[in-house]
Write a protein that binds this ligand. Structure first.
Ligand SMILES: NC(=O)c1ccc[n+]([C@@H]2O[C@H](COP(=O)([O-])OP(=O)(O)OC[C@H]3O[C@@H](n4cnc5c(N)ncnc54)[C@H](O)[C@@H]3O)[C@@H](O)[C@H]2O)c1
Length: 341
């Protein structure tokens, strides 16, 4: 059971569940870029394991499944980067094994499963961090500092936008839906930057890209109006379409000014010609947020080694789920929906 080591500053043995788009990057970071951590083993689904075995590209030894990973002797923590509909099961296994977790968003794919996972983690008294990496992005972190310093007075309005290339339908089926997969980052950024809770939402959605989404009542474009506890307002725009590159923006508007964080250029050089100006843009989230993904894992490892609670934690994970759920229900009911507590 945690903590396993007599010497808290020893390197942590970390396992990972899932080596897909994000798990592979987390594994790469744990294998070298995160101080105080050692990647010891990974579990993936059987089909992915067969592919990794065939091409020999696994970054560490593979075990048969998440249960086997959690039984690896001396395991200090696990990163859960499996499909969203598998998180609850993997978190429950980790809680039962007494292993601290870093879990990718969303915490789970239903409110009930998220609450059960959160309760199991809290009952076991285990450290936990949710993968809201934007909090570790230099732009978002600076915006938060500026809000806290009073530079824009009282925050009154939030605007967040996430547009990305649509992933395969097989991924979307297990994602929980647009607001659970994309919107949840903007909802967390809204709470983080406004330093306030979202208490009600009104959402609208459309299918403009992938007709198959209708088969499981999902959307690929969505807009969510937000009401904050302190009286502020906000709006979040999400789209599974961004032909010009990965597009992430946030703005906090206050009584004395506003803060905008957005990155248009992958390389800080613009080509100007008679045709206009051209910039190289990020096309993948693993490029745009590469450093934030490294920093969030470094923060998790530092917290564990330092004996302090990692952040953002269970409460932030649950609040994100509750807003995503309320937005999904509002989109269906076409009215304002209160965010449950
Ligand atoms: N924070 C972010 O910006 C961010 C970005 C992308 C994905 N994510 C989240 O990360 C998670 C994974 O997303 P992805 O894009 O890497 O998905 P992916 O489909 O590319 O990879 C999923 C991985 O999970 C493994 N897996 C699935 N079910 C499993 C099971 N039962 N046991 C063991 N392994 C299992 C698969 O083998 C694969 O390695 C999702 O929850 C997603 O929401 C977060």
């Amino acid at each position: 059971m945690w903590p396993r080591k007599a010497t808290p500053l020893a390197d942590l043995n970390i396992g990972i569940v899932g080596l897909g788009r994000i798990g592979a990057l987390h594994a790469e970071h744990l294998a070298g870029a995160v101080r105080g951590a050692r990647l010891v083993a990974a579990a993936v689904d059987p089909e992915h394991r067969a592919r990794l075995d065939a091409d020999g590209s696994a970054p560490c030894p593979l075990v048969v499944d998440a249960a086997a990973l959690l039984a690896v002797p001396g395991l200090d923590a696990v990163v859960v980067a499996s499909s969203s509909n598998a998180h609850a099961e993997h978190l429950a296994l980790a809680a039962a094994a007494g292993v601290p977790t870093f879990c990718e968003k969303p915490l789970a794919d239903s409110v009930t499963r998220a609450r059960d996972a959160a309760a199991a983690i809290e009952r076991a008294g285990l450290p936990f961090q949710i993968g809201f990496q934007r909090r570790f992005d230099p732009g978002y972190a600076r915006a938060r500092e500026l809000v806290a310093s009073g530079a824009i007075g009282t925050p009154e309005m939030f605007r967040g936008l996430t547009c990305d290339t649509i992933p395969p339908v097989a991924y979307l089926r297990t994602s929980g839906g647009l607001f659970w997969d994309l919107g949840i980052h903007d909802f967390d950024a809204a709470r983080f930057l406004m330093d306030d809770e979202i208490v009600a939402v009104q959402a609208s959605g459309a299918i403009l890209v992938e007709p198959e989404l209708a088969g499981f009542d999902d959307i690929d474009h969505g807009v969510v109006a937000l009401r904050f506890a302190g009286g502020g307002l906000g709006v979040v725009q999400n789209a599974w379409r961004a032909p010009y590159g990965y597009d992430i923006r946030a703005e906090v508007h206050g009584s004395l000014g506003k803060i905008v964080t957005e990155v248009d250029e992958e390389v800080p050089a613009r080509l100007y010609t008679s045709q206009g100006a051209v910039v190289d843009r990020h096309h993948l989230f693993v490029e745009r947020f590469r450093e934030a993904y490294r920093r969030e894992l470094q923060a998790f490892v530092d917290a564990l080694r330092g004996g302090i609670a990692p952040s953002p934690g269970v409460r932030d994970a649950i609040q994100g789920i509750l807003v995503a759920d309320a937005a999904t229900r509002s989109r269906r009911s076409k009215g304002w929906v209160d965010v449950g507590g």
